[in-house]
Design a binder for this molecule. Structure first.
Ligand SMILES: [Zn+2]
Length: 384
């Protein structure tokens, strides 16, 4: 009897304690200086795009994006995308995906287990959209704000069962053939496995290795492997507009290829703002990413042959917008987790074949839609 009366009271205490510790506090943010957003009109319809730019806001949800929109006084560059779809994010073995499985899904068209990089759930290596583009004679690039060895960029180049085995992922970049790489990770390449200095190996392969964005901007042709930080790049208030500038340089150099190109650009650390439950950091990262989206859309509008797809791999932080004021850019809300949440993520598209990215589809379909847009799809390998 004592036991049965005690048990519920202990349970209540535990629940109360749990509720208390899990009850997230309200957070508010007011954007001090909103940025201008211009109307960017998509080019006249063309048969198919010559180039595809895939832009990933790691951990960016519809709620995150709408909060960033409100904070910027009701404007975001992403709104210039003519079409919107929804992508289902669950992985092969989990309701809640991680970046490795989600990235592998849209890079290779295969659902895989969390933690896997470029391999399917049966551990078979899969060719990525970047590698397919290279096989078809196109150029390819990756621009991120995190360590280039992190899961989202790695899924386009490497094949590895465990996303954390960076020492094994780094040499795969050296063996690979990406024309333009920009992100962090100098230390990892300098101090490679078995005493290898991978920066020297990259230089021997003909890569230019600028260490700052100013050095990067001086390059006007050739292959680039820009490692702008030892690890991740610093926060937006320190790194400034590095993401936009690196993205513009990637477009300039990759577009020198008459065959076309594939470029992945990631706002990598939106995810960290969500994990750390820091609304100000989350907003800074989304706004930095959106400014890069604006630059890319402007470039694509002038180019006329470039499809831009903007999406996320999953949501992070369970952010909910619960109030605010658009006129003053004030937003208020709560996080519900320090991990990822399970929800579909929006897919925004702009340019030739953008209309193919509408409706509700699996994240793996992004791979097949991109292949089909280029015109070198192999629908037999389609997997639901
Ligand atoms: Zn994450």
């Amino acid at each position: 009897m004592k036991k049965t009366t005690l048990a519920p009271s202990i349970l209540c205490l535990l629940l109360a304690a749990g509720t208390f510790s899990c009850a997230q506090k309200f957070q508010t943010f007011q954007m001090p200086r909103p940025y201008a957003v211009e109307k960017i009109v998509a080019p006249e319809k063309r048969d198919k795009p010559k180039n595809i730019v895939l832009m990933i806001g790691d951990g960016m949800s519809l709620a995150t994006m709408y909060t960033a929109w409100a904070a910027n006084r009701g404007h975001l560059n992403i709104e210039n995308c003519q079409y919107v779809g929804l992508s289902k994010t669950c992985s092969a073995n989990r309701m809640i995906t991680d970046s490795a499985a989600a990235g592998t899904a849209f890079a290779t068209g295969r659902k895989t287990d969390n933690g896997h990089v470029g391999i399917d759930a049966d551990e078979r290596p899969q060719a990525s959209i970047l590698e397919k583009a290279k096989q078809h004679g196109l150029s390819a690039g990756l621009v991120v704000t995190c360590n280039i060895l992190d899961a989202t960029p790695a899924v386009f180049v490497a094949k590895k069962g465990d996303r954390h085995q960076w020492a094994d992922i780094a040499p795969q970049y050296v063996a690979g053939d990406v024309d333009f790489v920009c992100g962090g990770g100098w230390k990892n390449f300098k101090n490679g496995k078995d005493g290898r200095d991978l920066t020297k190996e990259l230089a021997a392969k003909g890569y230019q290795l600028p260490r700052t964005v100013a050095e990067l901007e001086k390059i006007d042709k050739g292959k680039v492997f820009a490692l702008l930080a030892d690890g991740d790049l610093p926060l937006p208030n320190e790194r400034g507009d590095t993401l936009s500038r690196a993205a513009m340089k990637a477009l300039e150099l990759l577009s020198q290829d008459d065959q076309g190109f594939f470029l992945m650009i990631e706002g990598s650390m939106i995810d960290d703002g969500g994990h750390d439950n820091q609304l100000d950091r989350l907003m800074d990262e989304v706004h930095d990413f959106d400014r890069a989206v604006g630059k890319v859309l402007q470039w694509a509008a002038e180019d006329g042959e470039t499809l831009v797809v903007v999406t996320a791999d999953h949501e992070t932080g369970g952010w909910t917008l619960l109030g605010g004021d658009i006129a003053s850019g004030k937003v208020r809300g709560k996080f519900s987790t320090d991990g990822h949440s399970g929800v579909m993520v929006p897919v925004y598209s702009f340019g030739p074949k953008a209309e193919a990215f509408t409706g509700i589809f699996e994240n793996t379909d992004l791979f097949y839609k991109m292949l089909a847009a280029y015109g070198f799809g192999d629908p037999d390998r389609r997997q639901k």
